[in-house]
Design a protein around this ligand. Structure first.
Ligand code: COI
Length: 355
């Protein structure tokens, strides 16, 4: 199925060097790119199917200056993680969900996309080929980044004539420099991330470019990240630049409903199910910014972020604090989710996939 990888293995088996565990500071992995051994590449022309995916040495790719992705932003990405279990085996977390989300995004962006099976097989092949980069159990994870781009050349505005699907990986630790300590958010009320009818609900690359200005300004002022409000009423919580948001009040956990402007996070969806299974009442609805004043705890969820407790939210110069520690509910959810992902508790949901 992966001709060049098998050819490579037959012709020149992975050298002893490559089989060695990389010399990385596993205790202090942040969230930055660490080049690994292989990436997966698969292409297709507009109107046909993806075919002949193969593993290649990780490295630069060649694109026409007139590629659709470079000129008109026809691009999507995904993010998922592989964890090493205590017995050394490797688990993926809900890869079919990422495959389905990429297909949904591709439809919105007029792109061809791999099938769910192709996506999952590509992820498995890439992780297998880069096994040595999966951190030791409990020391982080292998972040998997599937990309889909309009790689064909266009000049007039139109869908690209060719699409390229790539999967690469990097070992990672905590996303925020705060680690698991609470982060400090600031609410943005001038710049918006998404508009009704736009692409906020799909994982297109442009959504992430659009938040860089507010994020840089927030970081320059010492905040960890930006929390966005809806652009119509400027009143309802939407999401943080890189993750979804939850508000806890007593036994009720509320999160903004998915309505086209919010990314349907897979960690978000998993936390909703985990919280319900633990007896919390979870509400997906409009969450007004004022509710932050009454909340006991606030936390963010995302693949990269996992669960990040929020220590404060600043809105129009007023700081609402939730304390320096991790809230009880955030801690409980974090613990159940991560133990599930690492194979430390029984996976009654059937979410993990063995490599
Ligand atoms: C993820 O959590 O996987 C994302 O895609 C967010 C990204 C900004 C790191």
């Amino acid at each position: 199925r992966f001709p060049s990888f098998h050819a490579r293995q037959t012709a020149s088996p992975i050298s002893e060097d490559v089989a060695e565990v990389p010399e990385l500071d596993w205790e202090n992995l942040g969230f930055g790119i660490i080049p690994t051994d292989y990436m997966y590449v698969m292409k297709c022309s507009q109107g046909s199917n993806f075919l002949n995916g193969e593993l290649k040495q990780f490295g630069n790719i060649e694109l026409s200056p007139s590629a659709g992705v470079l000129n008109y932003g026809q691009g999507l990405f995904e993010g998922l993680k592989a964890y090493r279990k205590e017995d050394g085996s490797i688990l993926l977390f809900r890869p079919e969900e990422n495959a389905l989300r990429m297909r949904m995004g591709a439809e919105r962006m007029c792109m061809q996309s791999p099938t769910v099976d192709q996506f999952v097989e590509a992820v498995k092949a890439t992780v297998s080929a880069n096994k040595r980069w999966v951190p030791p159990s409990g020391k982080g994870s292998l972040y998997i980044r599937p990309l889909l781009m309009g790689s064909g050349a266009v000049l007039g505005l139109a869908p690209a004539p060719e699409y390229t699907f790539i999967v690469y990986v990097s070992p990672v630790g905590n996303y925020f420099k705060e680690g698991l300590a609470p982060i400090n958010l600031v609410i943005e009320h001038e710049l918006h991330r998404a508009t009704p009818g736009g692409t906020g609900g799909v994982k297109t690359i442009g959504n992430y470019a659009a938040v860089l200005k507010a994020q840089s300004a927030a970081k320059a002022k010492g905040y960890s990240d930006v929390l966005y409000l809806d652009c119509v009423h400027k009143k309802y919580l939407e999401e943080v630049s890189s993750c979804n948001i939850f508000v806890v009040k007593g036994n009720v956990i509320s999160t903004p409903a998915i309505k086209g402007t919010i990314l349907p996070g897979i960690t978000r969806k998993s936390i909703i199910d985990v919280a319900r299974s633990l007896g919390f009442q979870v509400e997906e609805r409009l969450v007004a910014v004022d509710e932050l004043l009454e909340a006991d705890e606030v936390f963010c969820t995302g693949t990269a972020v996992v669960i990040s407790p929020v220590g404060s939210v600043t809105y129009l110069g007023k700081r609402i604090s939730y304390g320096d520690g991790v809230g009880v509910v955030s801690q409980q959810l974090y613990s159940v989710l991560t133990r599930l992902q690492m194979g430390l508790i029984e996976d009654k949901m059937n979410w993990t996939v063995s490599l």
